[in-house]
Design a binder for this molecule. Structure first.
Ligand code: GDP
Length: 194
């Protein structure tokens, strides 16, 4: 199974717009704004410009659906900044809790900054819904090996304290150097049982 070619399916701004392709295993990517999510998805599928990177003010609140043939569906979730009580957050929570084909949620975290309150909040939501998630550390190239290892160890120690549905392997990637992309692809293939 290869990660190309990928095609854009649609953007959804409300639940009724979410594609009805629930036969295809799906994985979703979440994280704070500017975490490197667009770059990562483009890197994974080897297609620069599939997900438009940054400076996309009007687009940040959309869920963008992509598919790799009829094998896998990828979802680019809006950056945090939404609150679970507002209408928009409600849509995302509803999607996460009800999407039958959602196999795993990838939570992107910047190892230079560590876990933030917004990351903990989504983890709590996923734990309480029994949804499998995995932490991916982005922009690895920005840290020395030593600093990266220390940051990763600190994050892992936090996760061990109570992230119930967290897949125990924390991955690291750099969209710039392509380090870790193969490992993430392999993890997605396993999560999706492709
Ligand atoms: P998004 O808002 O989460 O979609 O983040 P983007 O993918 O648009 O990236 C945000 C910024 O981080 C951009 O300036 C990217 O060039 C930069 N960036 C993304 N991934 C990497 C990476 O792996 N290494 C480095 N050094 N910078 C990155």
């Amino acid at each position: 199974f290869f990660f190309s070619p990928a095609e854009f399916v649609k953007s959804a701004t409300n639940l009724s717009m979410i594609p009805d392709n629930t036969m295809i295993p799906e994985v979703a990517f979440v994280g704070r704004s500017n975490i490197g999510k667009s770059s990562l998805i483009n890197g994974l599928v080897n297609r620069n410009g599939l997900v438009k990177t940054s400076s996309k003010p009007g687009h940040t609140r959309m869920m963008n659906f992509f598919k790799l043939g009829d094998k896998l569906s990828l979802v680019d979730m809006p950056g945090y900044g939404w609150k679970s009580r507002d209408e928009w957050g409600g849509m995302i929570v509803s999607y996460l809790q009800n999407r039958k084909n959602l196999r795993r949620i990838y939570i992107l975290v910047d190892p230079s900054h560590g876990l933030k309150e917004s990351d903990s909040q989504i983890m709590k939501l996923l734990d309480s819904s029994g949804l499998s998630y995995q932490v991916v550390l982005t922009k690895m190239d920005r840290l020395s090996k030593t600093k990266y290892s220390a940051a990763k160890a600190e994050i892992e120690a936090e996760l061990v304290k109570g992230a119930i549905c967290c897949f125990p392997l924390v991955l690291g990637v750099s969209s710039k150097t392509k380090d870790g992309l193969d490992e993430l692809r392999a993890a997605i293939v396993k999560a999706g049982q492709l």
